[in-house]
Ligand binder design. Structure first.
Ligand code: GLN
Length: 274
């Protein structure tokens, strides 16, 4: 009997930790994309490994000549400064956003820098740096759309796109409670706005700076509703308890905030055409 109780308790604990990891990325199963590839784990090499999802301009995107290989953007610039401050080479792992927290918790990557909103749910599984950017959700709609002027309008039989596991997914699904059959989920911000362009979707709910960049690049427009969408703070995620790396990250971030470098990067990359 005692043994059975113990087995049950262990099963329950395992189930809980799996659901917590999933919740980290918004409740789906994308957590194992970076796992078991036989590569050195994050802690073992000289390289500092940043995990991201490079489909989120102006924070991370792929271009011909980026800061690190083909990768460019505000977050890549921040990561490069962190790596330089530690005398380590920066390596970038481009993966699905939804698996980033799990990759941090399991040590497959040293840090996730991905325009990631520091939510209490994610903070159960990773430690967050100080915030470095404030964003909110916006709606990207067709250039001549006139019937979406507020978040409430999305509930009105509108086809809404989100990126899987993003805070926008959570808001559309849980807070606005758009009916499930009207929600389309994609893995990449740059892909889902194409469905607004080709008329399959009425709106995409996505972070403000990215929504503006994607709208500008695709001849679409942005509708804002600050009353409906709360502000969100972007922060860098590290493995729980890795205070050494977190302190280093915070020092670099604070320096970049105080010197105005983050603001400059935001202006530079918002103006840049990809
Ligand atoms: N800020 C949003 C989130 O944390 C989107 C981040 C991203 O797509 N890269 O969910």
């Amino acid at each position: 009997m005692k043994k059975l109780t113990k087995v049950l308790a262990m099963t329950l604990a395992a189930a809980m930790s799996i659901s917590m990891l999933a919740a980290c990325g918004g409740g789906s199963t994308g957590g194992d994309t970076a796992a078991d590839d036989g590569a050195s784990t994050a802690a073992s090499g000289e390289k500092l490994i940043m995990g991201t999802n490079a489909a989120f301009p102006p924070f991370e995107f792929v271009t011909t000549q980026g800061i690190v290989g083909e990768f460019d953007g505000i977050d890549v610039a921040i990561a490069k400064n962190i790596a330089d401050s530690m005398g380590r080479e920066l390596q970038i792992e481009d993966q699905e956003f939804d698996g980033l927290c799990a990759a941090v918790s399991t040590g497959k990557i040293d840090m996730a820098i991905a325009g990631m909103t520091a939510t209490p749910e994610r903070a159960q599984n990773v430690d967050f740096s100080i915030p470095y950017y404030v964003a909110t959700q916006v709606m990207v709609v067709g250039a001549d759309n006139t019937d979406i002027t507020s978040a409430e309008d999305l509930k009105n039989d509108k086809k809404v796109g989100v990126v899987l596991g993003y805070t926008g997914d959570n808001i559309v699904t849980s807070e606005l409670a758009v009916p499930e059959e009207n929600i389309t989920r994609a893995n990449r911000g740059i892909d889902i706005v194409q469905d607004v362009k080709n008329g399959k979707l009425d709106a995409v709910v996505i972070d403000s700076a990215t929504g503006k960049a994607l709208a500008a690049n695709n001849g679409l427009k942005v509708v804002e509703d600050p009353a409906a969408f709360e502000s969100e703070e972007y922060a860098i995620a590290v493995q729980k308890g890795n205070t050494e790396l977190l302190d280093q990250i915070n020092t670099v971030l604070q320096g970049m905030i105080d010197s105005g470098e983050i603001d400059e990067l935001a202006v530079k990359y918002s103006e840049a055409e990809e």
